[in-house]
Ligand binder design. Structure first.
Ligand code: BJW
Length: 235
């Protein structure tokens, strides 16, 4: 029988959704191909031209709405439903909702969600798959011009960091799926888990720059490698 783990953390990045037809960020035809990152995903870019940023996410939202989970997302749900652990959590950098569509639980969207909007005036967060614009008013405080996609831009603090810190310090198995490991603080999560004695496994198409912190690398498409690994864990 495979080794039993009590607390499992699965960190996911854009690569897990690639086989659902969604672009990753740092590939040749990546999400930012026709846009400067500084314009669409930074605090300064949003302050400079908020309508441009709203338009960027207005175009992206319907694509993510239509996307369906693939076998890697579904395998994680299978693990959560069938493996007798104390806790199996997903820390995702993805703003898509494919883990939710796959009916997974314990999902922490540390970089936000495409279908959420935050009011910078009152902090109210609401959900929509529709468009948002600079002059829209907040449904809660009614102030116009203060809405922002609830997506964490460069220079902003991540969401759920207290919960994430707790989970990383407690886990005995840390799995990273489809992330290049260049964006902090998420890129440093493996180090916390590793230094706490967790087994650390990376699933990616290639070894990433963080590779020395991983005890194992499983190279290939997550849609193939992750279900196989999870089936082994469930034996
Ligand atoms: C497959 C596959 C298949 C493909 N199967 N695999 C410490 C050191 C240096 C810098 C910093 C630091 N701490 C903070 C910073 C600054 C900054 C940062 O990290 N900069 C670096 C880029 C240098 N970080 C921040 O600003 C963060 N905030 C923060 O730290 O707050 C505290 C603070 C505040 C103020 C001052 C200082 C500190 C915020 C980061 C927010 C990231 N937001 C984005 C954009 C969201 C917009 C949107 O979603 O549209 O989130 S950036 C973008 O990158 C997005 C992603 O979540 C994130 C990570 O990308 P990911 O998922 O790894 O995708 P890719 O494309 O890079 O990789 C895909 C991988 O999949 C590849 O490896 C492929 O091989 C693989 N793959 N197909 C398996 N089928």
């Amino acid at each position: 029988m495979a080794e039993r783990y009590k607390n499992i953390v699965i960190l996911t990045g854009a690569g897990i959704s690639a086989e659902s037809g969604l672009s990753t960020f740092r590939s040749e035809n990546g999400l930012w191909n026709n846009h400067r990152v500084e314009d669409v995903a930074s605090v300064e870019g949003f302050a400079r031209n908020p309508e441009y940023v709203h338009e960027f996410y207005n175009e992206l939202r319907p694509l993510l709405f239509k996307a369906e989970p693939n076998s890697a997302h579904l395998a994680i749900t299978k693990l959560q439903e069938n493996y007798k652990a104390e806790n199996i959590s997903i820390i995702t950098q993805n703003v898509d909702t494919l883990h939710e569509k796959a009916k997974s639980k314990n999902i922490y969207h540390i970089h936000g969600q495409i279908n959420q909007i935050v009011c910078l005036n009152c902090g109210h967060i609401f959900e929509t798959w529709g468009e948002t614009h600079t002059d829209d008013a907040c449904p809660n405080c009614k102030v116009a011009g203060m809405l922002k996609p609830n997506i964490v831009f460069f220079g902003e603090n991540l969401l759920y960091m207290n919960e994430v810190d707790y989970l990383l310090n407690k886990c005995d198995l840390f799995i990273s799926v489809g992330t290049s490991g260049v964006v902090y603080p998420a890129a440093g999560f493996v180090q916390i888990a590793y230094l706490n004695g967790a087994k650390t496994i990376e699933f990616n198409m290639e070894q990433t720059s963080n590779n020395y912190m991983f005890s194992e690398h499983i190279i290939g498409k997550a849609g193939t490698t992750l279900p196989k690994f999870i089936d082994e864990l469930l034996k």
